[in-house]
Ligand binder design. Structure first.
Ligand SMILES: [Ca+2]
Length: 115
């Protein structure tokens, strides 16, 4: 009985660690591009780079490519800055300008006012 409880505790702990592993990228992202909580970018969190679950959107795919080019699975500020000149959602505004304005680099309907 005690052995089963220990096993369940270990399983829950392992699941929690798995859930915490991915948001590391989000933490790095939010440090690199701090944005107001009420901006589109501030609200987006995971969907800044993901469609849903692990599936990547256009901006996420550009970041993924930059990571693969550098042969790393670590998303760093340098890698994020390396795709600032791209326009992942093809709305005519660079990723860097979108991120500075707090709009979404993978949603062509979300762009800085007046652009
Ligand atoms: Ca754009």
């Amino acid at each position: 009985m005690q052995c089963r409880l220990l096993l369940i505790t270990a399983l829950v702990f392992a699941l929690m660690m798995g859930a915490l592993a991915t948001p590391k990228h989000l933490v790095t992202f939010m440090k690199t591009y701090p944005s107001p909580k009420d901006s589109a970018l501030g609200k987006a969190k995971c969907v800044t780079c993901h469609v849903k679950g692990k599936e990547l959107n256009a901006y996420g795919k550009d970041l993924d490519k930059a990571m693969k080019d550098r042969k790393t699975k670590d998303l760093t500020a340098d890698i994020m800055k390396s795709v600032e000149n791209l326009d992942s959602d093809k709305d005519g505004v660079s990723n860097g300008d979108e991120l500075k304005a707090g709009t979404l680099p993978a949603d062509s309907k979300s762009k800085p006012a007046g652009k």
